[in-house]
Design a protein around this ligand. Structure first.
Ligand code: FES
Length: 193
């Protein structure tokens, strides 16, 4: 019995076929020979290319991998790093895992929701910020932890989180420089965490 899988014909909708970001997705699907077990890798590439997974995109992946749409949707909604909606220009992810929770990360989330008028899991109306939560970022020693535009910021308070997000949005500075400033500010005050 041949192990070679028949490549399905391209079923790319016209509007997407003209989109160069689709090349990366198509390339990945072909690289994995249209195998269903490549679903997560394909979705990663699609998420990176488009910033989120639209229904159209997920349908296309389901057709190409010959799996039910419900399976694609299930995976896309199970993992926090996939988003079904366009994300904001900046991203703030607050950890609500146990170590962060006991250090009051839920208060940080509530404060950010209030300050930026956005619910966790959503994007602000002006598209500036997507606020999300996640269960454990693997940096429990730094709890409470948040990730700003991909950079980890530890030992946050509600005030420092709000200030850091404001700086990020208003000045476009990197989270790393903001965290360093926050740390030296604490040192100057003679505080620690
Ligand atoms: S619980 Fe927050 S980093 Fe582990």
């Amino acid at each position: 019995m041949s192990q070679q899988k028949t490549q399905p014909e391209s079923t790319l909708p016209k509007n997407l076929a003209a989109d160069p970001r689709f090349l990366a997705v198509e390339r990945t699907i072909k690289q994995y020979q249209f195998r269903a077990d490549a679903l997560i890798e394909v979705l990663h590439v699609a998420q990176e290319a488009f910033g989120y997974l639209s229904e159209e995109l997920m349908s296309y992946v389901a057709r190409q991998l010959k799996i039910p749409y419900s399976r694609v949707y299930g995976v896309a909604t199970f993992y926090h790093f996939f988003s079904l909606e366009p994300r904001g220009k900046h991203s703030c992810v607050v950890c609500t895992g146990t170590a962060c929770y006991v250090k009051r990360s839920s208060e940080i989330v509530a404060r950010l929701e209030q300050e930026f008028d956005v619910r966790a899991g959503k994007t602000t109306a002006d598209g500036a910020l997507t606020l999300s939560t996640v269960r454990c970022l693997g940096s429990c020693g730094l709890a409470p932890v948040m990730v700003l535009d991909g950079e980890t910021v530890g030992r946050c308070s509600s005030e420092s989180a709000v200030a850091a997000v404001h700086v990020l949005i208003d000045s476009g500075r990197t989270p790393g420089s903001i965290a360093a400033e926050e740390q030296s500010r604490r040192k100057r005050r003679g505080g620690g965490a």
